[in-house]
Design a binder for this molecule. Sequence first.
Ligand code: PAF
Length: 278
Amino acid sequence: MQIIHTVQALRVSLGHAEDTAFVPTMGNLHDGHIALVRQAARTGSPVVASIFVNPLQFGQGEDFERYPRTLTTDADKLAAAGCDILFAPDVAEMYPEPQAFQVLPPLADDLCGAFRPGHFAGVCTVVLKLFEMVRPRYAVFGKKDYQQLFLLKGMVRQFNLPIKILAGETQRAADGLALSSRNGYLSATERQEAPRLQHELRAIASAIAAGEHHFSVLEAAAAAHLAEAGWKIDYVSVRSQATLRPPAAGEGKLVVLGAAWLNRTRLIDNLEIDRGAF
Ligand code: PAF
């Protein structure tokens, strides 16, 4: 596997190849990322991964500084998973000047965006830049960041980018906790508590599958259970898979999303629900 740090060297290495499968990451890789790399490899195209902790998507007081940087072990994991090129630029390479032009996505103030102002503009902007540098045929993103995946699909569609977005299933620990780089922040006690978010989302999904359609009652009950267990809730919300907005009456393809804090660690998760149109 080649490790490349500059845009110029990346372009030389890729030549005019536009048939790669690309996995953008912020590093500190876990099995969820590795599953995305393997999914990229299954396309048959050469695999490019990037590692860049993007300052533009972190708000004031968020964890940009303490976000774990583990390039050497990440590179070993990527090579073992079948990655051909690792692109790992530094901040000056990605942003040689202040990034005045930015992508302003819809839903930027909703769900996670309501609690992380500027986050999705930062995500879409860096991904657009990475897409332009790598020019992949495929790009793989995990479903754990459901709103991010939704917005990036929209960006690719509306800017006519010749890229097929592939969605990777969320990888989970045996107790149901979605794998995330931020799980590393959890103390042993918090780690034991963490699967509760997923369990509450699962309870909502089961109730909806059983015919319950008072979503706000289910959302409030889940939030109350989490609060009782010591969580600080950003949101628990049932949405339409198609629009990510509150579902229209009778809509069948839903997703329940949640974000909540265990002390200093913010966890997110979601679950798709297909109850068939009725
Ligand atoms: O999901 C992530 O790790 C990041 O948001 C991404 C897509 C690599 C953009 O920085």
